[in-house]
Write a protein that binds this ligand. Structure first.
Ligand SMILES: *[C@@H]1O[C@H](CO)[C@@H](O)[C@H](O)[C@H]1NC(C)=O
Ligand SMILES: *[C@@H]1O[C@H](CO)[C@@H](O)[C@H](O)[C@H]1NC(C)=O
Ligand SMILES: *[C@@H]1O[C@H](CO)[C@@H](O)[C@H](O)[C@H]1NC(C)=O
Ligand SMILES: *[C@@H]1O[C@H](CO)[C@@H](O)[C@H](O)[C@H]1NC(C)=O
Ligand SMILES: *[C@@H]1O[C@H](CO)[C@@H](O)[C@H](O)[C@H]1NC(C)=O
Ligand SMILES: *[C@@H]1O[C@H](CO)[C@@H](O)[C@H](O)[C@H]1NC(C)=O
Ligand SMILES: *[C@@H]1O[C@H](CO)[C@@H](O)[C@H](O)[C@H]1NC(C)=O
Ligand SMILES: *[C@@H]1O[C@H](CO)[C@@H](O)[C@H](O)[C@H]1NC(C)=O
Ligand SMILES: *[C@@H]1O[C@H](CO)[C@@H](O)[C@H](O)[C@H]1NC(C)=O
Ligand SMILES: *[C@@H]1O[C@H](CO)[C@@H](O)[C@H](O)[C@H]1NC(C)=O
Length: 535
């Protein structure tokens, strides 16, 4: 029995979830069969040039990417499967470039239904895409959407992915009194007002407040039903509570005020209705500053900003000049983590898509894809433009209209003259009379042509002349014996009459004069003059 040689080979694969399904039950050799690793439904193949004879391998190493939500860079892992007793075992993985132990890969978690009114945060970044996958061990945070206190979170705000399952049920957000028209059993709405100072909502739903701020927490409850009650967890001090004073607020706003917040004020503030329904707000007072933003951008970045400050809860609003669009988030808030809520946005010049021309008769004579730039079109000779001759690049990055196309200028099929025929045609195809097409006509033998025998299709889409006319008629029939014809012409039109005038002593046998017919004959036929003695 040959010793399986020790080989490693690197397979590059992206694992959505590493099943590493090894179909090897029928294998009876000393080593292991080809791994037949199916990842993501398709078979993994070794890189060209790597060892094809898997039966000599003891171990296969490959790098893999852990699944990650759309906005995150997937983590890389170095994984291996081992051939033990004719079977592949594994995979075991560890972080790349680290010397830790190889551990079994555990299953990732999905969040396929995005709960209503919930805001999901992963690694302090809000996730807005659906169907995201989180690696084993990932911790997500959930809170109800802002304004804070409009919904009450039911359940845990922190969930961890544990080998394919979440540590807790996905919480839900239940509407409070403002949304339920003050229904008795709904939790009271808590409004937060910050007349002085700043605060930001943390991913967990905690309100992070900068020290020295003034906070009014307003519990909304109908005064005629009863008076709610504020309770708090901090033992630092007593807080002023009571119905609001202003006439329009006094019947439904039960207030708690925190003046000049201090770190010791941190805690949970709960409004309890007389029926025992509650809603809470967690406050965390912390003197966090974020990095100055000014240092991060300059005139070359085109960004302009209105920056409130760098204290927790303060915001910066960015703008781009006309002709540029903002890539990123325009509003940044300084968060309790000391980080701005998003990275600095960038101003990107607005560019319209390059127009690709697949119409062989259309030429683009100028193309400037910048905002305000234009694209100009021209058609080949004999073609006309269908659409606008030029488009402008607009603010939203789209062209001001549709790309035109070129269609062949065509003259209508010429009318074949009655008693005529076509001698020759030079066209762009059967029945296609493009610019330059020539049609030459002739008349049938008994008809005479008037007009131009040849007509040309011009750039106007009209023929150079109308088709000619063919007038039917009769040729000079020849002089009858012993007589003359009146009038004497080379050509007689249909309907023309001839007088036969016989020489002295001769008579025409006809009572009526011959008439020229459309087929070129005379009716009655041209007589001879006969000697009157013979009549
Ligand atoms: C894995 O499957 C997902 C969804 O079916 C797909 O978007 C992704 O491109 C696949 N990855 C690989 C490497 O085939
Ligand atoms: C809210 O409740 C009041 C009193 O019960 C009622 O008059 C009013 O119509 C309700 N409004 C809505 C929008 O349901
Ligand atoms: C301005 O910022 C850009 C990118 O942020 C940087 O490349 C450039 O050197 C900066 N210019 C000045 C004058 O600081
Ligand atoms: C913003 O910039 C990123 C990175 O350069 C790019 O991938 C993305 O497509 C841009 N988004 C928009 C809307 O232009
Ligand atoms: C950004 O802030 C401005 C002013 O503070 C506000 O009007 C705007 O709605 C905010 N935009 C977003 C997307 O939050
Ligand atoms: C997220 O923010 C909190 C404070 O709000 C901070 O303690 C924590 O380290 C941050 N987590 C990450 C992954 O940045
Ligand atoms: C493109 O058009 C813009 C706006 O009209 C103009 O400022 C810019 O100079 C043009 N670029 C070129 C290369 O012509
Ligand atoms: C761009 O703006 C123009 C008018 O300003 C509008 O007609 C057009 O539909 C917009 N295009 C897109 C893709 O939004
Ligand atoms: C040509 O342009 C016209 C008008 O813009 C449009 O109706 C037609 O569909 C276009 N034809 C082709 C083949 O693109
Ligand atoms: C008239 O005379 C010519 C010559 O003799 C003859 O060919 C022709 O048939 C005659 N026409 C008629 C109508 O008799």
């Amino acid at each position: 029995m040959a010793e399986p040689r020790f080989y490693t080979t690197l397979l590059l694969a992206i694992l959505t979830f590493v099943h590493g399904r090894l179909r090897n039950s029928e294998w009876k050799g000393s080593g292991c069969p080809p791994p037949g690793l199916t990842l993501n439904g398709s078979k993994v193949v070794a890189r060209p040039g790597s060892i094809p004879d898997y039966s000599t391998l003891a171990e296969v190493k490959f790098s893999a990417e852990l699944p990650a939500p759309a906005a995150f860079i997937p983590e890389k892992r170095l994984c291996k499967i081992k051939c033990i007793g004719g079977r592949w075992v594994g995979p075991l993985c560890r972080r790349e470039q680290e010397q830790g132990r190889f551990e079994p890969l555990l299953r990732s978690c999905k969040l396929d239904t995005f709960p209503l009114h919930l805001v999901l945060t992963y690694k302090n970044i809000t996730i807005t895409t659906y169907n995201d996958v989180f690696p084993h061990g990932a911790e997500i945070q959930l809170r109800c959407r802002e304004p804070l206190g409009l919904y009450k979170l039911l359940g845990e705000s922190r969930l961890q992915c544990n080998n394919g399952g979440w540590s807790n049920r996905i919480p839900s957000c239940i509407p409070t009194t403002v949304l339920t028209n003050y229904t008795d059993d709904s939790p009271p709405t808590i409004l937060v007002r910050i007349p002085s100072g700043s605060a930001s909502v943390e991913p967990s739903g905690v309100l992070a407040v900068f020290p020295g701020s003034i906070l009014h927490l307003e519990c909304l409850f109908p005064r005629k039903v009863g008076t709610p009650d504020w309770t708090w967890t901090s033992s630092f001090r007593q807080y002023l509570t009571g119905w609001a004073i202003a006439a329009e607020e006094r019947d439904w706003k039960y207030r708690l005020s925190i003046y000049y917040t201090k770190p010791q004020d941190s805690g949970v503030f709960t409004c309890n209705t007389p029926r025992g329904v509650t809603n809470s707000l967690a406050i965390h007072v912390t003197a966090v500053h974020c990095d100055s933003l000014e240092r991060q951008f300059n005139s070359t970045s085109h960004l302009t900003a209105r920056i409130e400050g760098t204290r927790l809860g303060q915001t910066a609003v960015f703008q781009c000049p006309i002709g540029y669009k903002l890539n990123g988030t325009a509003n940044l808030t300084c968060q309790a983590s000391g980080e701005w809520s998003s990275r600095l946005p960038r101003c990107e010049p607005i560019l319209c898509p390059q127009i690709t021309n697949d119409d062989s008769h259309l030429t683009i004579t100028e193309q400037n894809t910048s905002y305000g730039g234009r694209v100009l079109f021209k058609c080949a000779w004999g073609f006309k433009l269908n659409g606008l001759p030029g488009l402008e690049c607009e603010l939203n990055g789209s062209w001001s209209g549709l790309v035109p196309n070129c269609t062949r200028i065509q003259c209508p099929a010429p009318v074949l003259p009655l008693h005529g025929r076509v001698v020759e045609e030079a066209t762009q195809g059967a029945g296609v009379y493009g610019v330059g097409a020539v049609v030459q006509f002739a008349c049938l033998p008994h008809a005479r042509l008037t007009g131009e025998a040849s007509i040309v299709c011009t750039e106007t889409g009209y023929w150079s002349q109308p088709p000619p006319l063919c007038k039917p008629g009769c040729e000079y029939p020849g002089e009858p014996e012993h007589g003359l014809l009146v009038p004497l012409k080379f050509w007689y039109e249909a309907g023309d009459k001839l007088q036969v005038s016989c020489h002295a002593g001769f008579v025409s046998p006809l009572q009526t004069s011959p008439v020229c017919l459309e087929d070129g004959s005379w009716e009655p036929p041209m007589p001879n003059c006969t000697d009157y003695r013979d009549v």
